[in-house]
Design a protein around this ligand. Structure first.
Ligand SMILES: [Zn+2]
Length: 282
């Protein structure tokens, strides 16, 4: 999301000359004459700030899986951005700027306009942003203590689910959560209270920061080539890159935060259950 924020941030200073807002939550809002200010991200939430008539407004969006913000430079005779016809049904917002560019939101599921001073209403529940400190972040520094406290709030929670809960730390998607469990040798369902979280968080932040700064995308192995860019994600029944054991897979269950999980049963051992311990010692 910080990559998108950086792209939108380049538009700061331009004025909206035409606004077409079709998302039900903002339909009818008139942004003509508003000046675009900075765009910031917090986890997966985007905050595009505007000024109009001395008021500071924020266009808050969340792209989930399919939404996108695109810059369109070509326009039709009537001034609308020249979108391919098949994309028109997904159009949720188009802000045409005096710089000759249109900022177009396609398939954006969450879009709302609020006073900038009320941003806490939409991001206040989130944990520290993994990319805090980046130029596009709302937070100047990552608050380790706050993150640890939030992640350990329910110590019995499976690690992989705690990492995905944006109220703990904001910004780990499924890929990062799954790969971090592998890299730290943790069975994904280890109770989060039993996990050494400091090095895991530091590693996660380092990897995501590197991928943002170097444009390497979501590689965790350091290799960009498809098929070689992840340790376990997407590799069910293929040999673990580290030990050769077949990688296992659990599909998403539909429960909140129970996403697809891949893990190596050798590199990421489950803690022994009491029965197993009893058997081993008996
Ligand atoms: Zn392994």
């Amino acid at each position: 999301m910080h990559r998108t924020a950086a792209r939108l941030d380049t538009l700061a200073g331009a004025t909206v000359v035409r606004a077409d807002l079709r998302h039900p939550a903002v339909a009818g809002a008139d942004l003509r004459g508003a000046r675009l200010a900075e765009t910031r991200a917090h986890g997966k939430h985007l905050l595009t700030r505007l000024e109009r008539d001395g008021r500071r407004l924020t266009l808050h969006s969340h792209l989930r899986m399919d939404g996108s913000w695109t810059l369109i430079r070509k326009h039709r005779d009537d001034g609308r951005p020249a979108l391919p016809r098949h994309l028109l049904p997904t159009l949720r917002a188009a802000l045409t700027l005096d710089s000759g560019v249109s900022l177009v939101g396609l398939g954006v599921p969450v879009l709302e306009l609020l006073e900038t001073r009320d941003e806490h209403r939409v991001v206040g529940h989130l944990g520290p942003d993994v990319l805090a400190g980046q130029p596009t972040a709302t937070q100047a520094a990552f608050d380790d203590d706050d993150a640890l406290r939030r992640l350990r709030r329910d110590p019995s929670r499976p690690l992989v689910e705690a990492l995905l809960d944006q109220r703990g730390v904001a910004g780990f998607g499924n890929l990062w959560a799954v790969e971090l469990c592998f890299l730290r040798g943790c069975w994904p369902w280890t109770p989060v209270g039993d996990v050494e979280l400091e090095p895991l968080l530091a590693l996660g932040r380092r990897m995501i920061t590197h991928s943002l700064e170097h444009g390497t995308g979501m590689t965790t192995t350091g290799v960009k080539r498809r098929g070689e860019n992840h340790w376990v994600t997407g590799r069910s029944n293929r040999p673990c890159r580290r030990c050769g054991t077949l990688v296992r897979f659990r599909p998403a269950t539909g429960a909140p935060l129970a996403r697809e999980v891949w893990w190596c049963p050798s590199c990421q051992r489950a803690p022994a259950t009491r029965q197993e311990q009893a058997r081993a010692s008996g």
